[in-house]
Design a protein around this ligand. Structure first.
Ligand SMILES: [Zn+2]
Length: 305
């Protein structure tokens, strides 16, 4: 087991795949039951980290992978994985049937936000996945882990309309993808992640409310890691999202770059006033694409009005 892997109870492993060559940016998970499953692959450039972590656990084959949503930081490496493990089945929202065998549109959508140069350097190319290896999810469908243990797929739109969350009732773990936002280590608060074109507060809050009915022991977040204080974090996410919407609504006359800078300044000051250390602030601010956040929020506000 290499240092990128952390073992939790109930055979759950957290794997740091060093997204953008930095630690603690993106976690994948592996549930090592009799019918094991990988959750998320990370971007293509992280693939060597994923494989070396799996091999350090003695895993030589992957047969099933569940993907929370079709953003490339989560699914980008899936073609690489299927090239290596030809029997692997990918469990994903039905839009995956259309996009993963022909990933050009996913690629282009991200290029429009980040530029192709940035994408190649930081996340890497996406290879196609054969259609026969893709299984589309339904809300409430169970993926068997072992005789008395299932992973339940829960449709969870709000961050993205193609988002699923995976609930392991046996361990009380909810594999959240990006539904909640960013929670980096040393920060027990949530930084919202509200990208265009799908962010919708009402839909996202419905999703979060539905989670509060579950027995949850821990949240497994993509960015980043496993956190126990689930109720507080869900509440904190909602409060922050409301505050962000008010803030962006109040600077509606600013152009996108100025609005993004204002958001960063406001956020940095908020974090400082909460007594958060400089290193943590740098991590949070450095990992949010704030132009994209402003676009996502403005897009939602204009739909609502
Ligand atoms: Zn993400």
């Amino acid at each position: 087991m290499n240092t990128d892997v952390i073992r939790f109870d109930n055979d759950i492993y957290q794997i740091d795949v060093h997204m953008e060559d930095k630690p603690q940016r993106m976690s994948c998970y592996y549930i090592d039951t009799s019918d094991p499953i990988l959750i998320e692959v990370g971007p293509s450039n992280s693939f060597p980290f994923l494989i070396s972590a799996l091999e350090s656990l003695g895993i030589q084959d992957i047969k099933r992978t569940a993907i929370t949503h079709l953003h490339l930081d989560h699914v980008g490496g899936i073609g690489h994985l299927n090239e290596r493990y030809k029997e692997n089945f990918v469990y994903v929202h039905e839009l995956g049937l259309k996009h993963l065998p022909n990933p050009e549109r996913l690629w282009k959508a991200v290029c429009d936000v980040y530029t192709e140069e940035w994408l190649i350097k930081n996340w890497g190319e996406i290879k196609p996945t054969p259609l026969k290896n893709i299984k589309s999810l339904n809300h409430g469908s169970d993926i068997k882990l072992e005789s008395n243990r299932n992973l339940k797929a829960l449709y969870s739109p709000g961050h993205a309309k193609h988002h699923y969350t995976f609930y392991d009732e046996f361990s009380g773990t909810l594999f959240m993808g990006d539904t909640l936002g960013l929670i980096y280590p040393h920060g027990d608060f949530v930084q919202p992640n509200l990208p265009p074109p799908d962010f919708d507060k009402e839909i996202l809050f419905q999703t979060l409310d539905s989670f509060e009915k579950l027995e949850i022991n821990q949240l497994a977040i993509a960015h980043f890691g496993i956190h126990k204080n689930s109720r507080e974090l869900i509440k904190d996410a909602k409060e922050s999202i409301e505050n962000w919407l008010l803030f962006i609504n109040n600077i509606e006359n600013l152009n996108i770059d100025d609005a993004s800078n204002e958001l960063v300044n406001w956020l940095t000051n908020n974090y400082k006033s909460l007594g958060i250390d400089d290193e943590t602030i740098k991590n949070y601010i450095g990992n949010g694409n704030f132009v994209m956040q402003v676009e996502g929020i403005r897009n939602y506000l204009s739909k609502r009005n």
